[in-house]
Design a protein around this ligand. Structure first.
Ligand code: FAD
Length: 321
């Protein structure tokens, strides 16, 4: 039976995040010929509505309110909850990002709805929607079905293929009013720490460094390899604790969970807490001078050697391609 499904388009540095397009694809599957309604919030929303449509949204709603110019958990939760109450969608899909994680639980609580968090797969069997999600830090997968209420899920970036962009797709874009009150925080200004670069949680290729990189400067060779491959640099907590890398790049149980096509671990031992954040990468390459390092147990390809020799060699080789 066809359904109406709401998708939050998430904006980062003036662009829609890739996971929003993946969320539209998941919503299309659930909608089964029904309607996919995009929802955009923030000061740049109006400029990105057409992009949501080109990736498959049938129409786009833009709630307008001065307090929605910048993200706040309270403001976005109130706006999205009101849209859900008015539109009454049978499905709601968000990306499993920092924002998605934070507000999905709050929206679900307000709607008294169930929530499937961090889905990496979706199967539609008639009127049953089966979501796959990792458990025990990615060591096993469970299948979940929502029996009642909206089909509400967050999807992990890089796991559900987005639709091809269709420049000729058209759809209605509407500005709507929402009431935002009793906010506990109001954003006055946003000062970005870094600009540009590939977003770690959506990167298709990640070159990650551990304590074996030995210094902040040591990360330069990792950045060079990442640049040649069009990827992003990540780090273990060991490297972050040692001050070689920023905590915003930490991958693992207490950092970001990533699922790139290629993960190159350099000088990372492979502690269980690190592996929890990267073990679902499609291909894992480990470079470590210790042949007994546990990272080799999860790696598809292992290079036993000094990363300061191996990484520049790889960069040179990839430059040639
Ligand atoms: P190490 O374990 O010190 O490994 C360094 C590796 O580099 C070694 O294998 C060594 O052989 C190799 N090496 C050294 N020099 C070279 C060289 N020149 N060339 C090649 N290889 C070399 N960790 C995370 O990463 N992410 C998390 O989210 C996280 N969360 C945690 C949560 C909790 C509650 C706890 C208790 C721990 C957590 N940790 C996390 C820490 C984790 O247990 C490890 O301590 C950490 O991952 C180790 O980082 P590392 O592999 O970089 O360092």
């Amino acid at each position: 039976m066809s359904k109406k499904v709401l998708v939050l388009g998430e904006i980062r540095q003036g662009e829609l995040r890739q996971v929003s397009f993946e969320a539209i694809a998941a919503a299309k599957q659930i909608a089964d010929g029904g309607e996919v309604v995009g929802l955009l919030l923030g000061s740049e929303a109006a400029t990105l509505a057409d992009t949501m449509i080109q990736y498959g949204a049938d129409r786009v709603l833009i709630p307008e309110h001065p307090y929605l110019q910048s993200y706040t958990s309270d403001g976005y939760t109130q706006a999205i909850t009101q849209v859900v109450e008015t539109e009454k969608p049978e499905g709601i899909i968000l990306g499993h990002t920092s924002i998605g994680k934070e507000i999905s639980a709050r929206i679900a609580a307000k709607l008294k709805a169930g929530l499937i968090s961090d889905a990496v797969g979706l199967e539609v069997n008639g009127d049953e929607f089966v979501f796959t999600r990792p458990i025990y830090s990615g060591k096993a997968f469970e299948k979940k079905v929502i029996k009642e209420g909206p089909i509400f899920a967050t999807i992990r970036p890089n796991n559900i293929a987005a639709l091809e962009k269709g420049e000729s797709r058209t759809g209605e874009v509407s500005l709507i009013n929402v009431e935002i009150k009793d906010l506990r925080t109001i954003v006055q200004d946003v000062i970005r720490k870094t600009a540009g670069g590939v977003d770690l949680s959506e990167a298709k290729i990640i070159v990650s460094g551990g304590r074996g990189v030995k210094s902040q400067e040591g990360f330069t060779i990792l950045q060079e390899l990442a640049d040649v491959l069009g990827g992003a640099v990540g780090a273990s907590r060991g490297a972050c604790d040692a001050g070689y890398s920023d905590y915003s790049l930490q991958i693992g149980q207490t950092g970001k969970v990533v699922t790139p096509d290629l993960y190159i671990a350099c000088g990372i031992s492979g502690a269980i807490q690190h592996v929890a954040g990267m073990s679902n990468s499609k291909i894992i390459v480990a470079i470590n001078k210790d042949p007994e390092a546990p990272i080799f147990k999860v790696a598809d390809y292992g290079i036993v050697g000094d990363l300061f020799t191996v990484v520049p060699l790889l960069t040179e080789e990839f430059k040639r391609i």
